[in-house]
Write a protein that binds this ligand. Structure first.
Ligand code: COA
Length: 345
């Protein structure tokens, strides 16, 4: 057994009628778990090594509590003790290695590592996750397998209740799992579990953040952060702007936005931006767009495909309002986020 294991979590899970996991809520997932904690898991539960998902009964939780106390892991020991009172299945998910997930409990642990800011987007292996997750109705009576929803709706109605269905999706709202410190969010439905919101990030109502994507620091997000896109500290995504994802038809460039960038309202990027870049409102830069590179005197020095400028710093992109050509100049004025707006996160 190696000195450290990748991650583990004690959680509360929901199963469908076939006993498959729809979701697991891990209140305090752990990453880079120490040997002493691993020993506690091995000696007090049925965990035998590797990547494994177990359901714990009260006796397991009692033993785990004592072992974790002995190992000096007070936080997890207290959690184990508290979970003894759960009326819902208690799940222990251990990931010895950061391999592709093999069941929803593992996938949920990984998504929560990101949203708890224990792992940055792209640092956990999520290959094949879509196929594992079950399409779920997220309702006022909890998560329900969408195939079982109609039956549950009828049963509820027969007892005088209406099940409110908030969404039907493989991913739940991040905020129902964790609210990381120092953030503000206008509409929780716009942020999927697996998003990473940095300290100081505000996501306004039109903003959207997908899984395995997000901000690393302070940002104003009024546009869409697609799956896989990571935005650096101090960058501002203007109202309705778009960052192209790689999930469907967006090519294969994984888009990143550096620090102190401004993507104008209704603008969009299909290329990465370095630091201190600005994209004019309304301009969509696709990777193949021809861009006229201008000098100090606004003279064209060359014409390149936008992808050749991907990831470069200090660029200003605009569409010439007279000719319609996309132009790129040196960006002389990097934005500074409005301090007052971020002081109260
Ligand atoms: C692209 C942008 C940053 C340029 O702003 P700026 O750097 O302040 O530039 P200015 O408007 O002062 O213009 C500088 C010069 O470039 C010219 N210019 C600006 N945009 C131009 C365009 N699209 N085509 C041709 N010339 C243009 C101006 O006419 C001006 O010319 P001058 O030197 O002869 O007077 C700005 O127009 C923009 O789109 N900002 C995004 C704001 C935003 O969406 N925020 C998010 C809100 S939710």
């Amino acid at each position: 057994m190696s000195d450290q294991i990748f991650a583990f979590g004690l959680g509360i899970g929901t199963q469908n009628n076939e006993g498959n996991w729809l979701e697991v809520f891990y209140s305090a997932p752990s990453i880079n778990v120490e040997q002493s904690t691993l020993d506690a898991l091995l000696e007090s539960t049925n965990y035998e090594g590797g990547n494994s998902t177990l359901v714990l009964e009260e006796g397991d939780l009692n033993r785990l509590h004592m072992s974790l106390l002995k190992a000096g892991n007070i936080e997890q020991a207290e959690l184990a003790s508290r979970l003894k009172a759960s009326t819902q299945p208690v799940v222990l998910c251990v990931l010895a290695t950061n391999e592709a997930p093999t069941n929803p409990a593992e996938a949920y642990l990984k998504l929560q590592l990101i949203s708890h800011r224990l792992a940055q987007p792209h640092s956990v292996v999520l290959d094949g996750m879509f196929g594992l997750l079950i399409n779920t109705a997220w309702t006022s009576e909890g998560p329900i397998d969408v195939r079982e929803l109609a039956d549950r709706q009828l049963s509820a109605r027969m007892q005088g209740r209406t099940i409110e269905v908030f969404s039907v999706d493989k991913f739940p709202k991040m905020l129902n799992f964790v609210v990381p410190t120092g953030i503000r969010v206008g509409d929780g439905a716009r942020i999927r579990l697996g998003a990473h919101l940095g300290e100081g990030t505000t996501v306004m109502h039109e903003g959207f953040v997908n899984f395995n994507a997000g901000t690393l620091g302070s940002s104003m997000v009024e546009g869409r952060i697609s799956a896989g896109v990571v935005v650096g500290n101090g960058s501002d995504l203007g109202g309705g702007c778009s960052t192209m994802g790689t999930l469907s038809g967006g090519g294969n460039i994984v888009i990143g936005v550096g620090e102190k960038c401004l993507i104008g309202a209704n603008a969009g990027i299909g290329i990465g931006l370095g630091d201190r870049c600005t994209v004019e409102s309304g301009l969509y830069i696709t990777a193949g767009s021809k861009v006229a590179v201008l000098d100090e005197n606004n003279q064209v020095v060359s014409t390149v495909k936008a992808r050749e400028l991907s990831g470069q710093s200090d660029l200003l992109f605009r569409r010439n309002s007279e000719t319609g050509a996309i132009e790129c100049k040196t960006n002389k004025t990097a934005i500074a986020l409005n301090e007052a707006l971020h002081a109260h996160n």
